[in-house]
Write a protein that binds this ligand. Structure first.
Ligand SMILES: [Zn+2]
Length: 146
């Protein structure tokens, strides 16, 4: 038996039809989280549910908008240059929301390069920062909307 067959066993019913696939606890421990995500996608669950985005916090953030400039949903990654005009509407999504706080801080995960992107809202300007997958901080970008 190969290593693979030890961990992944197809199960057949008595007519020889594939009934299911049995995964060993060892392989599930290593890959279960990833596999669950793929299974969720295969069932067409919305991305927000798969990635468990704090959508309620995001909604609240939008509802209580009190900055001096109009609301915008732009996100850009300083680490790899990925950009989105509206992160919620990309298909496939480039940015996943990991945190939203009423104080004005939004945290995203960049799907392209794995960086953590922070969009900080101040009274009259926005700063975008990123920490790359390997932990390096990128030069922040600040935008002063009119
Ligand atoms: Zn990126």
């Amino acid at each position: 038996m190969s290593e693979y067959e030890n961990h992944v066993k197809p199960l057949y019913d008595r007519d020889g039809n594939l009934h299911g696939v049995l995964l060993s606890p060892e392989i599930w421990k290593k890959a279960g989280k990833k596999i669950s995500e793929i299974l969720d996608q295969a069932q067409d669950k919305p991305a927000s549910e798969i990635h468990q985005e704090p959508i309620e916090d995001w909604q609240m953030f939008k509802d209580y908008w009190d900055f001096k400039y109009p609301f915008n949903a732009k996100v850009s990654c300083r680490a790899c240059g990925a950009e989105s005009e509206n992160w919620e509407e990309d298909s496939p999504r480039v940015f996943y929301l990991t945190n939203a706080s009423l104080s004005g801080l939004l945290v995203f995960h960049c799907e392209k390069c794995g960086a953590t992107v922070r969009k900080k809202h101040f009274k009259d300007h926005i700063c975008l920062e990123a920490t790359s997958h390997s932990g390096e901080s990128c030069e922040p970008e600040c935008i002063y909307p009119k």
